[in-house]
Design a binder for this molecule. Structure first.
Ligand code: ADP
Length: 493
């Protein structure tokens, strides 16, 4: 029976270590539905002993997993992809009840997840190295790619199901074993459900381990990632605030750290853009999952000639989005994850309005469901428009521009550099503008959220470093130089 039993049937979960579930007798913490506070699960509050056991299991499983024939690894990933597809409806329910995800968002994640598993199946066959030319007579040189060892992962609560796969699947595809520590806010959809799927698919014991933790216990458990010699890399998806703490620890322990952090994600709409298409792209880009994804658009710069038509059309479309309980398949805007998240959005909306901004639509909330909100004429000193602190919710700022250079300068005046979009009928001009963006991802005529499993996602500047897709081979392997000489060497002494 699945650890997830559906609405009204809270479950007690345990850790997944060395291919099996631990006993359920230890301390637990509550996981509640962000929409109605119903109890979803009593999750195991992991101890340092649990985490140590998980790291030991991953370490013991590493040599065999690293040596597994590519065809065998491929089969496992393909089987897991089929299981994800088969469990689609149950996963939609889980993400709604635990994370407040609408059907649109959970289905988006499920499709991306099984697509990424199928991509990962092919990565098992990526070349294992290169043969290089050497200046030394009779010397053959080659570099071989080797997995690192154990990769530890922090999986987030927001795009929990897909982002968890992205956190551990990429290292596993390249021969590493993993231990993950899901967010306290979504331990089932950010890790435990993956353990069930991998167990059913037949992944070897220890190749994948999950330890869940109560709020407040994260630092002590994370310390083990840095202190354990077996853990060679930490893959973190979360806030830049926590990343800075982890970065200091990684520096002291000399551990490789891969970071996928927040973004500001501007959209620039030129006067020749298809306005209907821009409205659809911005509605999706800004309000998917209530604006709680790192790639959501936060600010739109629209050419003055197109401004009024765009704002009128966008606010009509946004007002028509149904809000409420995300288990209703028609609901697009579900709850924010915590009361604090609601307070933060509301504070920022009030701050902007107090400084003279125009509230185009939204600005109210019912429980944790905050209306999708659009602000215009926002003064430069309002918190939500400075671009220096990510506003993680359904709040979009729109600004008309007369001078594209000024708009582009403002759009880049942010420490983040994750995603950006340009909407224009002139693709060559769009391309030129894209080249000027300092961001890990720039789309012309697509939303800032235009994710695909095979395409690399990652940021520059304070949005982190590291890339998904097959480029992750750079993050999760190292190369070894090996030479074989068939002639005596020439030495200077
Ligand atoms: P968010 O605010 O989006 O939940 P955070 O960056 O605060 O993101 O947290 C992401 C992950 O980092 C969670 O798994 C949390 O347990 C962990 N975490 C938070 N603070 C610390 C810390 N001081 N040391 C180690 N891990 C932490």
């Amino acid at each position: 029976m699945s650890i997830f039993r559906g609405r009204g049937t809270p479950t007690v979960t345990s850790h997944f270590i060395d291919g099996g579930w631990t006993d359920r007798s230890g301390p637990t913490f509550e996981v509640r539905n962000p929409f109605d506070d119903a109890l979803v699960a009593e999750a195991a509050a992991g101890s340092t002993a649990d985490m140590r056991a998980a790291i030991d299991a991953a370490s013991a499983a590493f040599p065999a997993w690293a040596d597994l024939a590519p065809g065998a690894r491929q089969q496992l990933f393909l089987r897991a992809a089929d299981i994800v597809d088969r469990r689609h409806e149950e996963l939609v329910q889980l993400m709604a009840l635990e994370g407040g995800a609408s059907r649109a968002f959970s289905s988006f994640q499920i499709r991306l997840s099984s697509a990424m598993l199928r991509q990962a199946a092919s990565w098992a066959y990526l070349p294992a190295g290169d043969v290089l030319r050497s200046d030394a007579p009779g010397r053959m040189a080659m570099v071989t790619r080797k997995p690192l060892g154990v990769v530890a992962g922090f999986t987030p609560w927001n795009g929990a199901f897909y982002l968890a796969w992205r956190t551990f699947l990429l290292p596993m595809a390249f021969g590493n074993t993993t231990v993950i520590k899901p967010s306290e806010l979504a331990p089932l959809s950010a890790g435990l459900i993956h353990a069930e799927i991998l167990q059913e698919a037949g992944f070897p014991p220890g190749s994948f381990n999950v330890v869940t933790n109560a709020p407040g216990d994260a630092p002590a458990l994370a310390d083990l990632f840095f202190d354990s010699p077996a853990v060679r890399c930490i893959n973190f998806t979360g806030s830049d605030k926590t990343a800075r703490i982890l970065g200091e620890r990684a520096g002291r322990a000399l551990k490789r750290l891969v970071l996928e952090l927040g973004g500001f994600n501007p959209v620039v709409i030129l006067e020749d853009a298809d306005i209907e298409e821009s409205i659809r792209a911005v509605t999706f880009g800004a309000f998917l999952h209530q604006g709680q994804v790192c790639m959501n658009s936060r600010k739109v710069y629209v050419a003055r000639a197109a401004h009024d038509e765009f704002v009128a059309g966008l606010s009509n479309r946004v007002r028509a989005l149904k809000s409420g309980d995300p288990t209703d398949p028609d609901v697009v805007i579900g709850p924010l994850i915590t009361d604090r998240a609601v307070e933060q959005i509301d504070e920022r909306v009030r701050d902007a309005v107090d400084r003279g901004a125009t509230l185009v639509t939204g600005g109210r909330f019912d429980g944790r469901v905050y209306e999708p909100t659009i602000l215009a004429h926002v003064p430069a000193d309002a918190i939500c428009t400075t671009g220096s602190d990510e506003t993680f919710g359904p709040l979009l700022v729109i600004e008309a521009f007369d001078d594209l250079d000024v708009a582009l300068r403002d759009a880049q005046n942010t420490p983040y550099g994750l995603s950006a979009s340009i909407m224009t009928a002139d693709r060559a001009r769009g391309w030129d503008i894209a080249e000027r963006f300092d961001a890990g991802i720039v789309h012309v005529n697509a939303p800032t959220m235009a994710s695909e499993a095979a395409l690399p996602v990652g940021g520059v500047k304070d949005s982190g470093w590291g890339r998904s897709g097959h480029y992750a081979i750079e993050d999760f392997t190292e190369i070894r130089l090996m030479t074989v000489s068939s002639e005596p060497g020439r030495y200077p002494f």
